[in-house]
Ligand binder design. Structure first.
Ligand code: AGP
Length: 621
């Protein structure tokens, strides 16, 4: 979703701004823009389309200056046009700002501002902030014209503006009359400051900073930062001036490079054995036949009293939560509910004090997941984050949690984060199982299964070329069904989501037997069904479902265990993956489904890493 960058120092600001915007492209966007301050004037360049268009525009007409901010916009209010792109100007070109988030009361404010005489240049909600701030700045009351603190009028104007807004914002603002200053402010939309030598960087996540600095300051809600080349001052809405902690940024710039891969998605698919090893590293305790976690921040006695789990998430992370539900119920015998975060945040489910909430999120910034976590926290439930991005908002706000350590995931379609989340779910199931009635022998058996998993995933990756051929056979189909049972039902949902996201083909995931209750009406010779049918508890049952599809003329692609001849005789195409324990099947089966979506999208000429309408990190409701 929208991205923000900013630079203040002694170099040309646009060098960092353009590079930073390219690094943020993965978040999803449809237009971009920058503003710099050159000889006391605001220089704005904005273009609809890719950052490449912005770069060309800046080559034609360079924007000089060593202070500036930039933005990639993902349209929420008004289409992707040059006018609606950020930055937006306020007053008589006295300030320009970029905004992430949504201003919910912008219509009321806009009406008021129009009556006041403001002329709007865009359809966006964001532009109201620029006009409001310009008006507040012009007020400059006596008590803010303070010689001791030259920033007093600025701070007061920003604060007076922010209290009028409802909704969420990450803001970076430059001012004609403070040409060596950027003001950043946040409420519900992340912002970080990179600390350099005689320069500072602003960004909506750490990725643009990699290679520039490894020192990072995370801005918290209700804080505004006044940033110059040499100083950062942070003012809290209620507490006045507050300090700021400089943390270590844990992104290596080489981790976000494509290297020999054509797309991040493909790179990240192939990174899964390593991501799984990292998720397991140091977390298996063979002496006690259990899992160990450093950051749950609850004692074994407290965890022993947990009687119920609520897992909340969105999208792919929600699918990983469903895998977790099957695992935790089977291995730990603890009831689990999986809730869409966007629903949970407005529900009022009766939960008692023995309920533990886990929020699963790759980015740690998904606004619905954050809101659900806050709501549960407010009600007194302990909250845990299962998160990939270190230092993200959800990771910081949860009472405790577990990092995936999957490395940066840049592709909009989540791959390695999903399998790493499933691995962490299996570790939780093992841990809670061992707190209750899972035997020592069973614990050791699960550990052995987990230790063997990375190598099994490596072998599943060898299906790549074979799946590519299958993809070219079915790439013209416009509807797909994905079917599996038990542990493989969430894998079916995830396979369908991957295909939808990057190839724009309609795909439905269903429990294989449920298909008879409606979706079977879709089956014809142009609607392939992708079955996940490894040997296991429900193997013969799924085969029966597969035969029902074949009987109606539907083509079948089946993901099976290596050497499975029974399904091979029935299906049109088979993809063999290594045999694993039932609870790990969704992980191994997901690998060829990721390839299938990837290669079909390539066949159809889709932009795999930047699929239309999607954003990597969904920071608006
Ligand atoms: C995954 O392929 C999707 N792009 C999307 O569903 C994603 O999983 C969802 O938006 C949740 O993101 P999170 O894990 O960062 O919270």
């Amino acid at each position: 979703m929208c991205g923000i960058v900013g630079y203040v120092g002694s170099n040309e600001a646009t060098d960092f701004l353009l590079e930073g915007l390219r690094r943020l492209e993965y978040r999803g966007y449809d237009s971009s823009g920058v503003v710099t301050i050159d000889e006391g004037e605001l220089q704005i360049t904005k273009t609809a389309g890719r950052v490449e268009e912005l770069s060309k525009a800046l080559k034609r007409s360079p924007a000089k200056g060593s202070t500036g901010v930039g933005h990639t916009r993902w349209a929420t209010h008004g289409p992707a046009t040059n006018e609606n792109s950020h930055p937006h100007l306020g007053g008589d070109r006295i300030l320009a700002l970029v905004h992430n988030g949504v201003i919910e009361n912008f219509r009321e404010i806009k009406q008021r501002l129009v009556q006041h005489g403001c002329v709007f240049a865009s359809d966006t909600d964001s532009e109201v902030i620029a006009h409001l701030l310009a008006i507040e700045l012009e007020k400059k009351t006596e008590d803010t014209l303070n010689e001791i603190d030259p920033y007093a009028p600025l701070v007061a104007a920003v604060q007076n503006t922010l209290v009028q807004l409802s909704g969420t914002f990450g803001l970076a603002i430059v001012f004609r009359d403070w040409p060596e200053t950027i003001v950043a402010a946040r409420l519900g939309s992340p912002l970080v400051i990179g600390v350099g030598e005689g320069e500072h960087f602003i960004a909506s996540d750490g990725s643009p900073l990699a290679g520039h600095t490894d020192k990072i300051v995370y801005l918290a809600d209700h804080e505004i930062a006044i940033v110059t080349a040499d100083a950062i001052r942070v003012v809290h809405r209620d507490q006045g001036d507050v300090g700021h902690d400089v943390k270590l940024l844990e992104i290596d710039s080489t981790e976000v490079e494509l290297n020999e891969y054509p797309h991040y998605m493909l790179k990240e698919i192939f990174e899964q054995p390593e991501a799984i090893r990292n998720a397991l590293r140091g977390r298996l305790d063979k002496d006690e036949a259990t899992a160990v976690f450093g950051g749950l921040n609850l004692s074994a006695q407290q965890l022993q009293k947990v009687k119920r789990f609520v897992l909340t998430a969105c999208g792919t992370s929600w699918h990983a939560s469903l895998v977790g539900e099957y695992m935790i119920e089977a291995l730990a015998r603890i009831p689990v509910e999986v809730e869409y975060a966007s629903e949970l945040r407005y529900r009022n489910p009766p939960l008692d004090t023995s309920t533990l909430l886990f929020a699963l999120t790759q980015s740690g910034e998904t606004i619905d997941t954050l809101a659900a976590l806050r709501e549960m926290k407010r009600k007194g439930h302990p909250t845990m984050a299962i998160c990939n991005v270190v230092g993200s908002t959800i990771a910081r706000e949860a009472d405790g949690g577990i990092y995936l350590h999957a490395g940066p995931e840049v592709g909009v379609a989540s791959t390695k984060a999903f399998t790493a989340q499933c691995v962490v779910m299996s570790l939780l199931a093992l841990y809670f199982g061992r707190l209750h009635h899972l035997s020592y022998e069973d614990g050791l058996r699960i550990i052995a299964d987990l230790e063997a998993l990375p190598e099994k995933v490596e072998r599943a990756l060898e299906t790549s070329n074979h799946v590519r051929q299958i993809a070219s056979k079915y790439a013209n189909c416009n509807n797909f069904l994905y079917l599996g049972r038990q542990y493989n039902f969430p894998a079916a949902l995830e396979g369908a989501l991957k295909l939808k996201e990057i190839s724009y083909i309609h795909a439905e995931g269903y429990p294989a037997a449920e298909m008879k209750h409606g979706p079977i009406a879709l089956v014809d010779e142009k609607t392939p069904s992708v079955f996940i049918v490894p040997r296991g508890a429900v193997y013969q049952k799924v085969i029966a479902n597969l035969e029902e599809i074949k009987a109606r003329g539907g083509p079948v692609i089946a993901v099976v265990d290596e050497g499975d001849h029974q399904v091979a005789d029935l299906a049109d195409d088979i993809i063999e993956v290594p045999k694993v324990a039932d609870f790990l099947q969704p992980i191994v089966a997901s690998i060829p489904l990721q390839f299938l979506a990837y290669y079909i999208a390539l066949e159809r000429g889709c932009d795999v890493d930047k699929p239309r309408n999607l954003a990597k990190s969904v920071t608006v409701e």
